[in-house]
Write a protein that binds this ligand. Structure first.
Ligand SMILES: [Mg+2]
Length: 230
């Protein structure tokens, strides 16, 4: 089987993992004289993450990202107990940003390199704010792909087929029939790609999903995308 002309890739859960931020946040707050219990840190982070998810598409440029981060820090601060809840927002913001760390899954760099070597053009399509570009630089993944689209910059998010069509354009105008989208979310990735006429692969790293639509391949890691694995 020849390599797909274009491979579109989701970011979080597909290429990148968010390290559990609870420990990091507790360390950062303790360093600022405001220790909190793990359960309280987790509860506050869940509030902050819910706020972030609801508003991340507003962060389409760096000033908007700064503003969103200020607001996220304020949501977090308001949800933290005791002295942590009384820290200046700037301190809470610094603690939060230091606690959020993204790491590529172990096989990702090798698989992206192999797909490119086989002739595929790779474009990341992610529901993320403009800061994804920095994350991809820091993790070394930016150099391994041909393009990156974020929902915040596009003004449209998965599962809307429009963002998949924009990604095909970014890949050089490949036909949807010659493309593949790879992602870990059955709704935003698989259903979204299928609605755009693009074949989908579901990355199910923990084996937790029910069988997807007929014709949708399921892989446990990105190694399942390599020709030898077919
Ligand atoms: Mg994902």
């Amino acid at each position: 089987m020849t390599a797909p002309q274009v491979v579109l890739l989701d970011a979080l859960g597909t290429l990148l993992e968010l390290e559990d931020p609870v420990g990091g946040l507790r360390r950062e707050l303790a360093d600022r004289g405001a220790p909190v219990e793990a359960s309280a840190a987790r509860a506050a982070l869940l509030r902050e993450m819910a706020y972030y998810r609801a508003h991340c598409d507003q962060a389409a440029d760096l000033p908007a990202l700064e503003d969103l981060r200020d607001r996220c820090a304020e949501v977090l601060r308001a949800a933290l107990p005791g002295r942590a809840g009384e820290l200046p927002s700037g301190e809470v913001r610094a603690a939060l940003l230091a606690a959020l760390r993204f790491t590529p899954f172990p096989e990702v760099a090798d698989v992206l390199s192999a797909l490119r070597a086989a002739g595929s053009r790779l474009v990341i399509v992610s529901n993320w704010d403009v800061s994804l570009h920095g994350v991809l630089q820091e993790t070394g993944l930016a150099a391994l792909v041909d393009g990156v689209l974020t929902s915040a910059e596009c003004g449209v998010a998965k599962p809307d087929p429009a963002i998949f069509h924009l990604a095909l354009e970014r890949a050089g105008g490949g036909a949807s029939a010659a493309a593949l989208h790879v992602g870990d979310d059955p709704r935003t990735d698989v259903a979204g790609a299928l609605a755009a006429g693009i074949a989908a692969v579901l990355v199910d790293r923990r084996g937790e999903h029910a069988a997807p639509a007929p014709g949708v391949r399921v892989v446990r890691t990105l190694e399942g995308l390599l020709p030898a694995a077919r």
